[in-house]
Design a protein around this ligand. Structure first.
Ligand SMILES: Cc1ncc(C[n+]2csc(CCOP(=O)(O)OP(=O)(O)O)c2C)c(N)n1
Length: 663
């Protein structure tokens, strides 16, 4: 290694060591062990532009082992991403741009939020799919607009997590040749050496997935790492796993190679010993040699020139292919064409009762006419979730222009991949499964909400009305669980027009994910539903008298039962209002005056009716209201029977209403 490179590698190591020491918290071992490999990638291969961190054709670098965050912070600082030395000194402190784990949109140059192991790996697979899809859409002879690699840095923890296996299996199937994983194979996790729990042959596993596997026996040998990455890049038909043997906490006389170096400061004495050992000055802390800054400033200039060449290419592309350039901007803008809302096809369904999953499927075909950058699919349930885009083909190894992804029975990876597609930009990702299997992808949904990604989850078979499949397939607590995630919008439409309104909201939402909750069973088209649903909650049937004495609030399949109950209660002389609650989050985001108009505080009798766990309902009903829901697991029986036995019926609703009215 050239002196200057060696100096840069040690700079990264000691920035990490000093930052963790100062914060008295963090993970020094990974940056110390992986610095040479990461620096080799950044200095020899990574196509990026610190002056323009969101350059669309940059290579993506994902630190899936997010606990090693100081590795990426050190690199971002040295490469001039505007992350100051002061910020590194503020590692893990309130308000700093150097949080414990890398956070998307928080620190320039961080491509995704990582920390929960394996998620970044799945994100990277999504990014590589996006690259392949967009290259197929936009590249033309002489105009290779989309041509970048996705690099993901993973540790043993990522390799152990199931999501990595799922995502790697799909990546191998799809032949994502521009996906390269650097596996920091240091054989250490928190509890000790990997021999205590992880003794499989990871290389053989990945070979079986269809990956090219390359081994590097010494992670501090940059030539070997460079050669391996070059080999990985050459293979455009298979993703590459580069297994790099490293030593956690490299350089620390007493902690190198031990789990002691994983997640705690080295300690003042050991820091000194390590600095002596690697010939590093003990003072000042956070020392960056001037020649390292100068060297990387040179690289930065070259990177900028490369980006400017690409800008010129884009200009020339626009002259040669103006229509394509227009599409390029449309796909990347995230904007919804103004004629979508007026397209009668999304509002008009005839009179015949239909399942909202089927209506959603029809709406999606129309949406795709307006938004051809939609991409997605299901975890092997398209026949049930109806999310196939009929005008497009399957996205496959040899058919990258397809918009339908078969995720296979891999819900967790689907979640992470959808986020990766959104993070990449240019596409509108969606994925579907049964509502009950949301549990299998929760960690990815949570991160998408945290990152504010515009991802759509279509969850069908939304209640015990699923029927005969029984309690394993009948969601009870999933709605409450989804609603507990900040920044996730949950929408449960009652009929076709509400499904259309839900989709309109979803495609217009750019700052967070949405979950669309759909019925398996047929539902009637209801009078009074429509665009008003875009406010989340609205009066679908007003009281006949001047003021209501009771308000029933329902969502989805229960709305039609609520309307039946209103009839009965009115015949008994009560004045009842019915409110459709398509989305609590959306309703609660409306101004207070609107909320008060729909659910006046003066009307204390508010009865919420939903075939799901009542938890959280008080946010809607207020302190004097009540909730009818289901508080046990379901049972195998025809859907109608299951609903009735679980107390989801007009009769139960009427009885409860009368009880409240008589109090
Ligand atoms: C899903 C998940 N489970 C557990 C953890 C806690 N955790 C953080 S790092 C780690 C061990 C990771 O080992 P490895 O990837 O080998 O990292 P290294 O020891 O090399 O730093 C664990 C269990 C986590 N971050 N995410």
């Amino acid at each position: 290694m050239k002196n200057i490179d060696q100096l840069a590698v040690n700079t990264i190591r000691f920035l990490a060591v000093d930052a963790v020491e100062k914060a008295n918290s963090g993970h020094p071992g990974l940056p110390m062990g992986g610095a040479a490999m990461a620096y080799t990638l950044w200095s020899r291969f990574l196509k990026h532009c610190p002056d323009c961190p969101d350059w669309k054709d940059r290579d993506r670098f994902v630190l899936s082992a997010g606990h090693g965050s100081m590795l990426i912070y050190a690199l971002l600082h040295l490469y001039g991403y505007g992350l100051s030395l002061e910020e590194l000194k503020d590692f893990r402190q309130w308000g700093s741009r150097t949080p414990g784990h890398p956070e998307y949109k928080h620190t320039p140059g961080v491509e995704t939020t990582t920390g929960p192991l394996g998620q970044g790996f799945a994100n990277a697979v999504g990014m590589a799919i996006a690259e392949k899809r967009l290259a197929a859409e936009f590249n033309r002879p002489g105009f290779v607009l989309v041509d970048h690699y996705t690099y993901v840095y993973s540790g043993d923890g990522c390799m152990m997590e199931g999501i990595t296996s799922e995502a790697a299996s799909l990546a191998g199937h799809l032949g994502l040749g521009k996906l390269i994983c650097l596996y920091d194979d240091n054989q250490i996790t928190i509890d000790g050496g990997t021999e205590i729990a992880f003794t499989e042959d990871v290389g053989k596993r990945f070979e079986a997935y269809g990956w090219q596997v390359i081994k590097v026996s010494e992670g501090n040998d940059p030539k070997a790492v460079e050669k391996a990455i070059a080999e990985g890049r050459q293979n455009l038909v298979q993703p590459s796993l580069i297994m790099v043997r490293t030593s956690i906490g490299y350089g620390s006389p007493n902690k190198q190679g031990s789990s002691d170096a994983h997640g705690a400061p080295l300690g003042a004495e050991e820091v000194l010993l390590t600095k002596h050992n690697l010939g590093w000055p003990t003072e000042p802390e956070f020392y960056v040699p001037e020649e390292v800054y100068a060297h990387l400033a040179d690289q930065r200039k070259q990177l900028k020139a490369r980006k400017e060449e690409w800008d010129e290419l884009l200009d020339a592309y626009g002259r040669e292919h103006p229509e394509l350039l227009k599409r390029w901007h449309e796909w990347h803008s995230g904007e919804v064409p103004s004629d979508l809302e007026g397209d009668v096809r999304i509002w008009d369904f005839g009179e015949k009762a239909a399942a909202t999953r089927s209506l959603s499927g029809e709406i999606m075909q129309v949406l795709f006419d307006h938004l051809p950058n939609m991409i997605g699919g299901s975890a092997d349930l398209n026949a049930s979730t109806k999310t196939r885009l009929k005008r497009s083909s399957d996205f496959q190894k040899d058919n990258p222009e397809g918009s339908n992804i078969h995720f296979g029975v891999r819900e967790h990876a689907m979640g992470g991949i959808l986020s990766g597609l959104a993070l990449h930009g240019g596409l509108r990702p969606f994925g579907s499964t049964f509502l009950v299997f949301f549990d299998y992808m929760k960690p990815a949904v949570r991160l998408a909400a945290m990152m504010g990604l515009p991802v759509t989850y279509v969850y069908t078979h939304d209640s015990v009305a699923v029927g005969e499949d029984g309690p394993t397939h009948q969601p009870i607590e999933q709605l409450a669980n989804l609603r507990s995630i900040p920044n996730l919008h949950v929408l449960r439409p009652a009929d076709g027009r509400e499904t259309a309104a839900a989709w309109l909201h979803i495609v217009g939402r750019r700052c967070g994910p949405s979950a669309l909750i759909l019925s398996r069973q047929n539902l009637p088209h209801l009078p009074g539903t429509g665009r008003e649903a875009l406010r989340g909650g609205y009066i679908v049937s007003s009281e006949k008298e001047a003021n209501p004495t009771l308000i029933i609030i329902a969502s989805g399949s229960e709305l039609s039962l609520a309307l039946e109950a209103q009839d009965k209660l009115e015949q008994m002389g009560h004045s009842v209002r019915i409110v459709s609650m398509l989305s609590r989050e959306l309703f609660l985001a409306q101004d207070k005056a609107y909320q008060e108009a729909v659910l006046p505080a003066a009307v204390k009798n508010k009865l919420l009716f939903e075939a799901a766990l009542p938890m959280g309902g008080e946010a809607i009903t207020g302190p004097y209201g009540a909730v009818i829901g289901i508080e046990r697991f379901g049972a195998s029986a025809p859907g109608k029977v299951a609903l009735k036995k679980m107390g989801i019926s007009t009769d139960v609703l009427v009885d409860k209403a009368l009880e409240m009215l008589e109090k």
